[in-house]
Design a protein around this ligand. Structure first.
Ligand code: B4P
Length: 187
C-alpha cells in the first residue's frame, strides 16, 4: 500500500507511523527523521536543512523533493511505503504525483491525525523536556503550527476531493489512537 500520514506537529505521526509500517510490512519514510539523522552526522544536507529546521520553517521544496525521489527508488519501497511528513506543500504534492505517475503508481490512502492545538503543544513541550529537540521550544512550536496551518492543512482538501482521505481522531493514549487507526484502515 502507498500511504501518507498527515497532521500538525505533535499529532503523533512519527509515533503511529512506526507501528502502521510494521503491520503493513512497508518502509516508514520520515523526512523529519532524514533531516535529523543528517544534522546529527553534520552532512552537507544536514547543515543546509538546519538553517530552516531550527526556526520551525520548511526546508526548501527542491531539497526535500530530491531526497524523497531518491528514497522511493530503494528496493524496499517497490511495493509500498508510508510517507510521514511529506508532502507538506502544494509543490511537494505535485512533485510526488509526477514521480509516482512515471511508474503508473499513485497514493492510495492519506491518513490525517486530527488533534486540538493545546494537546499537541503540551506533547511537544513534554518531548522538549525528555529529548531536548531543538525545534520543540515554545517559540519554534508556535512557528511550526503557523506554517502547518498556512502551507499544509489546505492540502488535505485536495486528498479529500480525490476520495482517499481517512481522518482519525489523534487524541487519547498512543494505544487508543493505534486502535482507531487500525479500524479506519481496515474499512
Ligand atoms: P517532523 O519530524 O515531521 O516533526 P513533527 O511534525 O513534529 O512530527 P513528529 O513525527 O516528530 O511528532 P509526533 O507527532 O509523532 O518535522 C520536523 C521538521 O523537519 C519540520 O519543521 C521541517 O523543518 C522539516 N521537514 C520535515 N519534513 C519536511 C518536508 N516535507 N518539507 C519541508 N521540511 C520538512 O509526536 C510528537 C510527540 O508527541 C512525541 O513526543 C510523542 O511521544 C508524543 N505523542 C505522540 N502521540 C501521543 C499520544 N497519543 N499521547 C501522548 N503523547 C503522544
Amino acid at each position: 500500500m502507498r500511504l501518507l500520514i498527515m497532521g500538525p506537529p505533535g499529532a503523533g505521526k512519527g509515533t503511529q507511523a512506526v507501528n502502521i509500517a510494521k503491520t503493513l510490512n512497508i518502509p516508514h519514510i520520515s523526512t523529519g527523521d532524514i533531516y535529523r539523522e543528517n544534522m546529527k552526522n553534520e552532512t552537507l544536507l544536514g547543515l543546509e536543512a538546519k538553517v530552516f529546521y531550527d526556526k520551525g520553517m520548511y526546508v526548501p521544496d527542491e531539497i526535500t523533493n530530491r531526497i524523497v525521489e531518491d528514497r522511493l527508488t530503494w528496493d524496499d519501497a517497490k511495493n509500498g511505503f508510508l510517507l510521514d511528513g511529506y508532502p507538506r506543500t502544494i509543490d511537494q504534492v505535485n512533485f510526488l504525483d509526477q514521480i509516482l505517475s512515471k511508474k503508473s503508481q499513485k497514493i492510495e490512502k492519506v491518513l490525517e491525525l486530527t488533534n486540538d492545538i493545546p494537546v499537541v503543544v503540551a506533547r511537544l513541550l513534554k518531548r522538549a523536556q525528555e529529548q531536548g529537540r531543538i525545534d520543540d521550544t515554545k517559540e519554534v512550536i508556535t512557528k511550526r503550527l503557523e506554517v502547518y496551518a498556512t502551507s499544509t492543512a489546505p492540502l488535505l482538501a485536495e486528498y479529500k476531493n480525490r476520495g482517499i482521505l481517512v481522518q482519525v481522531d489523534g487524541m487519547g493514549s498512543v494505544s487508543e489512537v493505534e486502535e482507531k487507526i487500525k479500524k479506519a484502515l481496515s474499512n
